[in-house]
Design a protein around this ligand. Structure first.
Ligand code: UTP
Length: 477
């Protein structure tokens, strides 16, 4: 080490000691030059004062985090979906507004794909996971084709932004390169990395996952807001005339990334951050709840909601707090920019997530714990909603928008999602007058490039109906 490097190390080490985090350098003497440089670089990235604050608030409960007052919590109002959208003037007006915005190039698609997908247990970025029932298309391909369908329909370049993490960035970009960007063109698909945070043990000490590696993890989907700004993406969108961002998660193949009704309602209502909701299927369904705290719309996580509020019912028997969040939003560009630049607002709160964090033992070997041994700090995008102007909550239907792949098995798994996709596509066929045999047991898949919504399917089918072999799987592409 040069004297200058030595002095940087001494300063950093001392700073870490002052914050009670000297264990980060405990293998220093065993490290080579490159490893030392890499560890110092990681150490420099961490804001130790922020870590102190989070440890005090979230591990030691020393206050500071805004608490929800459940005694005054109310269900947030939402705009219900009508029986028949096509004959509803408000929905038709929204459709026109949304389609105009799309044609004018005012919409960008945005996928948050920086998560680690630990519950699914798949080795690779979740977007590269095969999900469709017959062709086994990956999540990224499904979104790419839906965006392509939107581009063709509205004759507009709908740019697509994908947020990755330091863990999956390279693998994600390579996947798109190998697949020639699914025909979208490399210049209209942009990737940027989200920020990261160190994981700490239950005493608040930063965990080393290797002798020269601090356990760093993505800073949550809420990190999207500052990463969009920091990466220059918001500026780029603004320069291109984009006004609204269609935000969705990487794990939901049923999402409609290009939904003109949703965009139109967002514009029409003057909202700066809008959300889709589903009535919860049952009291304890694991969806965040749209609520009102005073005059602010907030989402209360399912794990924070008291049982009696989950179970509360209106006079008509419906769950009172039925509006569940499915993490689909329209965010105005100006709002995203103001969040990123206004320091009173930009600091979305961090939440605590107890996780199994690989750690290095005293002998220097990395161990994978069986039980949660550490805490990761994450921001949630929905914490921006209370800062929004006129935040709109719009009802949707489950099959039209939501069947995520979260778990390896059971609820929200690849299997349940495939089943939901088949149910949706069957419903389109049936609406077009195709009656499947009562004992039909095959799969059905309709390519987004043929039609990505029911209305588009009916239109396409009507103009050129096809003879289908109903004795096995049905793919329409
Ligand atoms: P999840 O809450 O399902 O987390 O993310 P996850 O990390 O993907 O999966 P588990 O909990 O480890 O099983 C919901 C969405 O938010 C994105 C994910 O990629 C997914 O689209 N996300 C999550 C990020 O982009 N960054 C994060 O730091 C966390």
């Amino acid at each position: 080490m040069t004297p200058q490097e030595e002095s940087v190390f001494m300063d950093t080490k001392q700073f870490y000691e002052t914050h009670g985090q000297e264990q980060v350098f405990r293998f220093w003497e065993e490290l080579g030059e490159q490893q030392r440089a890499s560890l110092l670089e990681q150490a420099a990235e961490i804001d130790l004062e922020e870590v102190d604050r989070l440890v005090a608030n979230l591990l030691r409960n020393e206050g500071g985090e805004a608490k929800i007052d459940f005694s005054t919590l109310k269900p947030a109002p939402y705009l219900p979906i009508p029986e028949d959208i096509e004959s509803d003037p408000a929905w038709q007006e929204a459709l026109t507004l949304g389609e105009d915005a799309l044609r004018a190039g005012k919409v960008a698609a945005f996928t948050v794909a920086g998560g680690q997908g630990t519950r699914l247990g798949y080795d690779g970025p979740k977007g590269t996971f095969p999900v469709t029932p017959i062709k086994g298309k990956t999540l990224f391909q499904v979104f790419a084709e839906k965006i392509q369908a939107g581009r063709l329909k509205y004759q507009a370049t709908i740019p697509w932004y994908v947020m990755t993490s330091h863990i999956n960035h390279e693998a994600t970009v390579s996947f798109f390169e190998e697949n020639d960007y699914f025909g979208l063109g490399s210049d209209s698909v942009r990737f940027f990395r989200q920020g990261r945070m160190p994981a700490v043990d239950f005493e608040g000490r930063i965990i080393l996952e290797g002798k020269d590696r601090i356990a760093m993890s993505p800073d949550g989907h809420g990190g999207a807001l500052r990463a969009l700004e920091r990466s220059g993406s918001l500026q780029e969108m603004q320069d291109a005339g984009v006004e609204v961002i269609s935000y969705f998660q990487v794990d939901n193949p049923l999402v409609r990334p290009i939904d003109p009704h949703f965009i139109g309602f967002h514009l029409k209502s003057g909202s700066t951050m809008s959300s889709k909701m589903l009535p919860k299927a049952y009291e304890k369904e694991k969806l965040g709840h749209f609520c009102l705290q005073g005059d602010k719309t907030v989402i209360v996580e399912y794990s924070d909601m008291p049982d009696e509020l989950c179970a509360a019912r209106d006079a008509d028997g419906q769950l009172s707090f039925r509006a569940g969040s499915i993490a689909i939003h329209i965010i105005s560009l100006s709002f995203a920019r103001s969040l990123a630049s206004d320091s009173s607002v930009s600091a979305l709160p961090f939440h605590r997530a107890d996780k199994k964090v690989p750690f290095v033992d005293e002998a220097g070997a990395t161990q994978k714990p069986e039980q949660p041994n550490g805490v990761k700090f994450e921001m949630f995008v929905f914490d921006a909603i209370p800062f929004a102007t006129s935040p709109l909550v719009l009802e949707t239907t489950r099959l039209d928008d939501f069947s995520p792949v979260k778990n390896a098995e059971g609820i929200d798994s690849p299997e349940s999602s495939r089943k939901d996709q088949v149910s949706l596509f069957r419903s389109w066929l049936e609406a077009a007058g195709v009656t499947l045999p009562s004992d039909f047991a095959g799969q059905v898949e309709i390519s987004p490039l043929y039609a990505s919504t029911r209305e588009d399917f009916l239109k396409a089918w009507k103009s050129a109906p096809r003879e289908l072999d109903l004795s096995g799987d049905i793919f329409i592409g």
